[in-house]
Design a protein around this ligand. Structure first.
Ligand SMILES: Cc1cc2nc3c(=O)[nH]c(=O)nc-3n(C[C@H](O)[C@H](O)[C@H](O)COP(=O)(O)OP(=O)(O)OC[C@H]3O[C@@H](n4cnc5c(N)ncnc54)[C@H](O)[C@@H]3O)c2cc1C
Length: 262
C-alpha cells in the first residue's frame, strides 16, 4: 500500500507528488502516453510573478526561489509587454499598476516589437521581470523526486475508485493500487475523478483546445474553444477570459472543439 496515490500527471500532480515523496511513498498515475500531455504541455511557459488573483500571486512569489535555484534553476530571461487597444485606457492603467510595469509610448513599444499596429493601440507597458520556464526540465525534476520514493505510471487512466476502511483502492486498466491518501490532480477532469470517489462535483468541465499549440507559436497563450451552445468558437486566454486575438480566417468549428463530459 502506498502512502499517496496522485491522479494526474500534469504539473499540479507531479509537483505535489514530488513534495509528498518526502513524507511517504507515492504512486503517480497519468492517463495519457506522456506526462504533461494536456494544459501542462501547452502552457506559454512563462513565470510572471504579478499575474493573476492575489492568491495566485502569493503562490508565484512563494515558488520563485525554487524556480530560480533548485537543480540549477529553470528560468531564463523573456520580459513581458502588455499593449492597450483603442478604448482600453482604464484596463491598461489598471494593469500597469497591478503588474508593476513601466509605461511605454507607442513609439517605445514599436522599438521593442516592430510589428505592432500603432493605429490600433493607445500605449503599452513593459517590465523585464517575466521569465521563460523550462517546463520540461521542471516536470522531469519533479518526476525524478517521485521515483526516489515511488513510481510514475503513464497510460494509467483511473477508471474506478473504492473507499476502503483504511484508505482507497484505485483501478486503472493495467493495475490496481491502494493508498492511505488520494490526491486528485486531474486538472479539468477533477470532477470526473471526484465522482468516482463519491465526492460532489463542483462544476469544472474540460474544454478541448483546437489550436493552442499554434497560438503559443505566435507568442500568446490562448486556446480556441467551442461556445457552450456548441455553435461558434471563441478564443480564451489561460485565465479563462475571452481575449482579443483573432481567429484565423476560414476556420470552421471542428469536431474536436466541444465540451467534454458536459
Ligand atoms: C495555452 C495555455 C497557456 C498557458 N500559459 C501559462 C504560462 O505561461 N504560465 C503558467 O504558469 N501557466 C500557464 N498556463 C496554465 C498552466 O498550463 C495550467 O495551470 C497547468 O498546466 C495546469 O496543470 P494541471 O496539472 O492542473 O492540469 P493538466 O496539465 O490538465 O493535468 C491534468 C492531468 O490529469 C490527467 N487525468 C485526467 N483524468 C485522469 C484519470 N482519470 N486518470 C489519470 N489521469 C487523469 C490528464 O490526462 C492530465 O494530464 C497556460 C495554459 C494554457 C492552456
Amino acid at each position: 500500500m502506498y502512502d499517496f496515490v496522485v491522479i494526474g500527471g500534469g504539473i499540479a500532480g507531479i509537483s505535489a507528488g514530488a513534495r509528498l515523496s518526502q513524507l511517504g511513498t507515492v504512486c503517480a498515475l497519468e492517463a495519457e502516453d506522456a506526462l504533461a500531455y494536456h494544459a501542462s504541455g501547452r502552457s506559454a511557459a512563462m513565470y510572471e510573478a504579478t499575474y493573476g488573483a492575489p492568491s495566485v500571486i502569493a503562490l508565484n512569489l512563494a515558488s520563485r526561489e525554487y524556480h530560480e535555484t533548485a537543480n540549477g534553476g529553470v528560468l531564463s530571461p523573456r520580459g513581458l509587454m502588455i499593449v492597450g487597444g483603442q478604448g482600453q485606457d482604464q484596463e491598461l492603467a489598471h494593469d500597469l499598476v497591478t503588474m508593476k510595469m513601466d509605461p511605454l509610448s507607442t513609439d517605445e513599444a514599436l522599438d521593442l516589437f516592430p510589428i505592432l499596429n500603432p493605429d490600433a493601440m493607445i500605449g503599452a507597458g513593459y517590465h523585464a521581470d517575466g521569465w521563460d520556464i523550462d517546463t520540461d526540465l521542471l516536470l522531469q525534476n519533479f518526476a525524478r523526486d517521485i521515483r526516489v520514493n515511488g513510481q510514475v505510471h503513464t497510460r494509467a487512466k483511473v477508471t474506478d475508485i473504492t473507499r476502503l476502511s483504511h484508505g482507497w483502492e484505485v483501478t486503472t486498466p493495467k493495475m490496481t493500487v491502494q493508498c492511505k491518501t488520494l490526491v486528485n490532480a486531474a486538472g479539468p477532469w477533477v470532477d470526473q475523478v471526484a465522482a468516482m470517489a463519491g465526492i460532489q462535483p463542483i462544476g469544472i468541465q474540460p474544454l478541448s483546445p483546437v489550436h493552442g499549440t499554434n497560438c503559443r507559436a505566435r507568442g500568446h497563450g490562448c486556446v480556441e474553444v467551442a461556445n457552450g451552445d456548441g455553435g461558434g468558437r471563441k478564443l480564451v486566454c489561460e485565465a479563462g477570459r475571452r481575449c482579443a486575438h483573432r481567429l484565423p480566417r476560414g476556420r470552421r468549428p471542428d469536431g474536436a472543439a466541444r465540451r467534454l463530459g458536459g
